[in-house]
Every structure is written in structure tokens, then in C-alpha cells.
Design a protein around this ligand. Structure first.
Ligand SMILES: [Zn+2]
Length: 181
């Protein structure tokens, strides 16, 4: 499952120099909105120069793979794991909700990529968010859901050990790391 097409989230799928698939027999499940945005041929001209090489590499490689499955909406993409739309970081950025019995884990991916900043100060807009205001709306909605349902949360760039619970704290949220007992 791929959350979005930033290099630190997809380059592990590509061999360094040849772009050959590292996992040719795996089914690679991606958000349809993310796939459509990055593979639109008219995108290159609309991007700032510094971001064009990434879009060119994506367009040259990923549409040619036969094992990429774009998924619309918030489907259960594999048993017990659901896509959750959190656009803003990128247009199709997606979290993964893992559910087992009464226990839920929200893998927030980059919705709160540096938790010390994004969880404590959800209104701060980082340069990594393509659309800051939209990312903030998505971040608050996701974090409110994690609090309301008392889920655990982990994100792509959370510090070790990565697993936490969160609570409302004034205008922001506070993160309490879950440690193995
Ligand atoms: Zn990332």
C-alpha cells in the first residue's frame, strides 16, 4: 500500500539506476487520486522546475507496471485495512486504518509527519505540505477521529518506538508514546 508519491514513500519500489521494479510480483495498491494527479501528462508544465524530475520519473515508470492497482474512495483494500483520505500533503495523500476486533490503529503516514510540530501545533503549515490549508483540515479531522475512537496512531516519520495515543490539548493535541510493557 502506498500513501502518496513522494520520493521517501515510493523510491524503495524502484531499482536505483534502472527504475526496474524491486517487487515485480507484488500488487501495489495506490490511491487513485494520487495516481491520476502524478500521471497527468499536463502536470509537468504546471510544476515548479525543481519538482519536475520527480514527476517525470513517476510518469516514465509507474504507468507501465502491470501490478499497480489504483483504488478510489475509502475501501477496505486488504482484509482489516482501510484507505482514509487525508488530502493536502499531496492531492491524493492517504492514511491506513488497521482494524482488528475492538482495536484500531491509524497509520497516519504524512498527515502529521513531524508529530512534535504537527500534532502539538496542527495549524502550522510546513513546506512539505503541497496545500497547507487543506492539509490542516485533513490533519485535524484525522486526529479528532483518533482521539474520539481512542485509537493508537503511528506515522511514517514518528520517532521510535513510533506508536502513540493522542488527546486534545487546548488548540492542539498531545501525544503519549505507547511502550511495550
Ligand atoms: Zn514522508
Amino acid at each position: 500500500m502506498i500513501s502518496h508519491f513522494h520520493p521517501d514513500h515510493i523510491f524503495g519500489l524502484l531499482e536505483k539506476n534502472t527504475n526496474a521494479p524491486v517487487f515485480p510480483n507484488a500488487e501495489i495498491i495506490v490511491p487513485a487520486a494520487e495516481y491520476k494527479w502524478w500521471t497527468d501528462p499536463s502536470l509537468i508544465a504546471r510544476l515548479p522546475a525543481g519538482r519536475r524530475p520527480l514527476a517525470r520519473r513517476i510518469q516514465a515508470v509507474i504507468p507501465n507496471w502491470k501490478n499497480v492497482l489504483p483504488v478510489e474512495g475509502e475501501d477496505e483494500v486488504v482484509p482489516g485495512i482501510y484507505f482514509v483520505k487525508v488530502p493536502g500533503h499531496t492531492p491524493g495523500h492517504t492514511a491506513f486504518l488497521v482494524s482488528s476486533g475492538n482495536t484500531q490503529l491509524m497509520i497516519s503516514n504524512d498527515a502529521a509527519y513531524v508529530p512534535a510540530l504537527c500534532v502539538g501545533h496542527p495549524s502550522w503549515h510546513g513546506a512539505f505540505d503541497q496545500d497547507g490549508p487543506m492539509a490542516e483540515v485533513s490533519r485535524r479531522k484525522l486526529l479528532d477521529r483518533v482521539v474520539a475512537d481512542q485509537m493508537m496512531i503511528c506515522g511514517s516519520h514518528f520517532p521510535w518506538p513510533g506508536l502513540a495515543k493522542i488527546e486534545k490539548d487546548g488548540a492542539g493535541y498531545v501525544l503519549a508514546t505507547v511502550r511495550a510493557s
